[in-house]
Ligand binder design. Structure first.
Ligand SMILES: [Zn+2]
Length: 151
């Protein structure tokens, strides 16, 4: 299995765990320059009563705390859904090297659509971005979650 697939599988596990907690099912994994998983988490906005507790922010906080630095150069971030503008800005501020994401988010995404944070002139660090990794699985989980909430 390629590393892309296996890290995204871990992120999907976190997304499924988030769904079980009643959170929007998004999961993220932070990998250091040596390929070690340094943080993995899912959305916890409801649990923590914190609108910023998105999966990406959770792993950035954990990774920065472990590194004792607000910057994580050479680190890669895997997330099951296109980052929102807030998370994209946090990813840029943390100097993440590469972002791999799954499903596109036409409603709240901030990378390929909406504000397109990384294309903005004010964005001081632009990570490499790879989209569509494991997208069908992530989309199916999100659809299932929102269908269940409407029922
Ligand atoms: Zn976000």
């Amino acid at each position: 299995m390629s590393p892309f697939t296996s890290y995204m599988d871990l992120a999907m596990d976190e997304a499924r765990a988030a769904a079980k907690r009643g959170e929007v099912p998004v999961g993220a994994v932070l990998v250091d320059a040596e390929g070690r998983v340094v943080a993995r988490d899912g959305n916890r906005t409801r649990e923590l009563s914190d609108p910023t507790a998105h999966a990406e922010v959770q792993v950035l906080r954990a990774g920065c705390a472990a590194a004792g630095s607000e910057r994580l150069p050479g680190f890669d971030l895997y997330v099951t859904l296109e980052p929102c503008p807030m998370c994209a800005a946090a990813i840029a501020n943390a100097r993440i090297a590469r972002v791999y994401y799954g499903a596109a988010d036409p409603k709240s995404g901030g990378v390929a659509q909406g504000p397109r944070i990384f294309s903005h002139a004010q964005c001081h660090h632009v990570p490499e971005v790879y989209d569509g990794i494991g997208a069908p699985e992530s989309e199916a989980l999100l659809k299932e979650f929102f269908a269940g909430r409407r029922a």
